[in-house]
Every structure is written in structure tokens, then in C-alpha cells.
Write a protein that binds this ligand. Structure first.
Ligand SMILES: NC(=O)c1ccc[n+]([C@@H]2O[C@H](COP(=O)([O-])OP(=O)(O)OC[C@H]3O[C@@H](n4cnc5c(N)ncnc54)[C@H](OP(=O)(O)O)[C@@H]3O)[C@@H](O)[C@H]2O)c1
Ligand SMILES: *[C@@H]1O[C@H](CO)[C@@H](O)[C@H](O)[C@H]1NC(C)=O
Ligand SMILES: *[C@@H]1O[C@H](CO)[C@@H](O)[C@H](O)[C@H]1NC(C)=O
Length: 329
């Protein structure tokens, strides 16, 4: 009796002591590539905090010129200084990018294309989760707008540069949460019904569908694309939900650190010989299973066309190498 009571009292303490071991058990997957990146150019969106910051730091450590694409330039500059200090790499640059505004995305791309000859690694990492219903400058629902459409436009604008720099890679940071996602074409902007948690899941499903469609269309171009589930990571992502903040706080000893969360993005960006797996989804540095929805090519094509339409991009900007010509809708 006393023994059980003592054990119960000791349990939190024991858990606390064992937390580092438990965390490393739950967060397998380390990018072991030793590749160095002198002369390579990388862009990481949302690089001022969380997973993006750690991803950018490691790319800088390996000698790449790294662009931190951030909506808050001041926050970005602080992080750039920190990364420069820690890695000794001075080529860490901050550029303004607000994915909730297509004007900002176009301005970012324009400046980048003017000032850089190459782009070898594009990490579409920025993301929002569980925002109250809100819209981007262009009237898109926030999750769809930032997580999916914003990155779609950005990738579109930078694609020529990626092509010229091939072999090059695009990594899309998605989530396990895509399993709960559905693409409701009649309610893409959440106007008929909206639930913030599900809106996140839908946008993360869109990330995977896009990765696959892009991979199909880029076959043979020298650009390969990957989508990633970083794991459950202790970051600022939960900032919009008090409940999620609380859950994250309780489990904060056991979930991945941002540095651990960056491993799969880095794995996909750096591992040699990964090209044959273009279009796949990765978790813990392994190919991971995606939902049936995420494998549906019909949905992927339609979402591609609808996204082009919403963004005012010609639907045939990237035709499949040998595919038939298609018209909108
Ligand atoms: N944490 C997890 O457990 C988890 C799990 C699965 C997937 N993910 C994915 O991992 C990625 C990174 O998330 P994180 O966990 O590192 O979250 P985070 O700490 O909240 O970082 C998100 C980043 O995105 C930026 N961002 C948000 N809205 C933006 C906009 N409109 N324009 C430009 N940048 C914007 C944020 O900038 P500000 O600081 O200025 O807001 C921040 O730099 C996300 O795509 C997320 O969906 C995370
Ligand atoms: C992800 O993948 C494709 C190919 O890179 C791209 O077109 C799309 O816009 C990217 N962004 C997201 C977050 O889906
Ligand atoms: C793909 O999705 C469409 C529309 O939701 C559905 O009608 C079709 O049966 C699905 N195809 C596959 C192969 O699951």
C-alpha cells in the first residue's frame, strides 16, 4: 500500500528524469548525410523560429548561402545574426515574405530572381495552425492561403531558377494531420463551414497532393520534390489555440525539439541518391504512408487547376512531359 503510494508520488519525478531518453525514443530519424554545401543557395520560408530556424541553421553550418524568408524582417534579422554567430557563415540573408499576400510573394520572387543566379534548395516550411476564421490579403482562407496557395505561387515563381540550378530540390513541410484532411472543392475557402483544426488538416493534405502532382510534372527536369511530416514538435505552431498550447506544454518534455523536428526536412534536402523517391512523403527520415485522399491523382490534378485559377497562373505553366493537354475544369 505504502509502496504503491510512494511509487505514484515518485512517478512524475521518474518521468522527469527519464524524459530525455523517452524523447529520443519517440523522435527517431536523424539526417546523417555529411554533405557540405559551399556555393549552394537555399531558401527557407518561416525561418525565424521553430523547425524552419533549425533547418536554416544546419544549411548555413554546411556552407550554403541561406535566405530566411520571413514576414517579420526584424525577427528574421535577429535570427540571422544568431545563425551567423553560431555557424561562422556570414551568408545568411533575410528577405521579406508574407505568404498571406500574393503581392509580397511576387515582390520577394522578383528581388530574389534579380539578385541570385541559382536556387538549389527550396524549403516550403512556413505554416499556420488553428487560426480563427480569417482571410489573406487576396481573400483566401488563412490556412489554405498561407500553407498551400502561398507556397504554390512561390514555387511557381522560383521554378525556372530551380530548373537552371538542377539538380535541385523542393521540400514541402506537411503533417501527419493530413490524414484528417479533405479537399472540399465547393468550400475551399471555408465559407460554407469552417473548423480551425480541420482547416489546418485540409491545407496539409493539399501540400501532399501538390508535392505528388509537381513530382509527376517535373519528371526528368532535375528538380525533385518531397513532402515531410516533421514529427510532433515543441514550437510556436500551437500559438492560436489555448487547448493545444496546454497539451503541448504538458507533453513538452517528450515531444521533439525544433532541432529534432528539422531532421526530416534536412534529410530530404541533403541525402544523396534520394532522387528516385521524388514525390514521396517522409517522416522520421523514412518514406511514410499517406492517406487514400493524398494518393488520389484526380483530386491532385483538380486542386492544381483550381489553384492556378485562384492565383491567376496559366493552368498549363507546367505540363506533364508527355501528358495530354488539358483545359481548365
Ligand atoms: N510543430 C509540430 O508539431 C508540427 C507538426 C506537423 C507539421 N508541422 C509543420 O511544420 C512547419 C513549421 O512549423 P513550426 O512547428 O516550426 O511552427 P512555428 O514555430 O509556428 O513556425 C512557423 C513559421 O511560419 C511563419 N509564418 C506564419 N505565417 C506566415 C506568413 N503569412 N508568411 C510568412 N511566414 C509565415 C512564422 O512566422 P512568424 O513567427 O512571423 O509568425 C514562423 O516563422 C509548418 O508548416 C507546420 O505545419 C509542425
Ligand atoms: C509543394 O510542392 C509543390 C512542388 O514543389 C509546389 O507546387 C507546392 O506549391 C508546394 N507547396 C506546398 C506547401 O504545397
Ligand atoms: C478520388 O476522389 C474522387 C473524388 O473524391 C473519387 O470520386 C474517386 O473515386 C477517388 N479515386 C480513387 C482512386 O480513390
Amino acid at each position: 500500500m505504502v509502496g504503491v503510494l510512494l511509487l505514484l508520488l515518485l512517478l512524475p519525478f521518474l518521468l522527469y528524469i527519464a524524459a530525455p531518453q523517452i524523447r529520443s525514443m519517440l523522435s527517431s530519424g536523424v539526417c546523417t548525410s555529411t554533405i557540405q554545401l559551399p556555393g549552394k543557395v537555399a531558401v527557407v520560408t518561416g525561418a525565424n523560429t521553430g523547425i524552419g530556424k533549425e533547418t536554416a541553421k544546419e544549411l548555413a553550418r554546411r556552407g550554403a548561402r541561406v535566405y530566411l524568408a520571413c514576414r517579420d524582417v526584424q525577427k528574421g534579422e535577429l535570427v540571422a545574426r544568431e545563425i551567423q554567430m553560431m555557424t561562422g557563415n556570414q551568408q545568411v540573408l533575410v528577405r521579406k515574405l508574407d505568404l498571406a499576400d500574393t503581392k509580397s510573394i511576387r515582390a520577394f520572387a522578383k528581388r530574389f530572381l534579380e539578385e541570385e543566379k541559382h536556387l538549389h534548395i527550396l524549403i516550403n516550411n512556413a505554416g499556420v495552425m488553428m487560426c480563427p476564421y480569417s482571410k489573406t490579403a487576396d481573400g483566401f482562407e488563412m490556412h489554405m492561403g498561407v500553407n498551400h496557395l502561398g507556397h504554390f505561387l512561390l514555387t511557381h515563381l522560383l521554378l525556372e531558377k530551380l530548373k537552371e540550378s538542377a539538380p535541385s530540390r523542393v521540400v514541402n513541410v506537411s503533417s501527419l494531420a493530413h490524414h484528417l484532411g479533405r479537399i472540399h472543392f465547393h468550400n475551399l475557402q471555408g465559407e460554407k463551414f469552417y473548423q480551425s483544426g480541420l482547416a489546418y488538416c485540409h491545407s496539409k493534405l493539399a501540400n501532399i497532393l501538390f508535392t505528388q502532382e509537381l513530382a509527376r510534372r517535373l519528371k526528368g527536369s532535375g528538380i525533385t520534390v518531397y513532402s515531410v511530416h516533421p514529427g510532433t514538435v515543441n514550437s510556436e505552431l500551437v500559438r492560436h489555440s489555448a487547448l493545444m498550447r496546454w497539451i503541448w506544454w504538458i507533453f513538452s518534455f517528450f515531444i521533439k525539439t525544433p532541432q529534432q523536428g528539422a531532421q526530416t526536412s534536412l534529410y530530404c534536402a541533403l541525402t544523396e541518391g534520394l532522387e528516385v523517391l521524388s514525390g514521396n512523403h517522409f517522416s522520421d527520415c523514412h518514406v511514410a504512408w499517406v492517406s487514400a485522399q493524398a494518393r488520389n491523382e484526380t483530386v491532385a490534378r483538380r486542386l492544381w487547376d483550381v489553384s492556378c485559377d485562384l492565383l491567376g497562373i496559366p493552368v498549363d505553366w507546367l505540363m506533364m512531359a508527355a501528358g495530354p493537354k488539358r483545359s481548365l475544369k
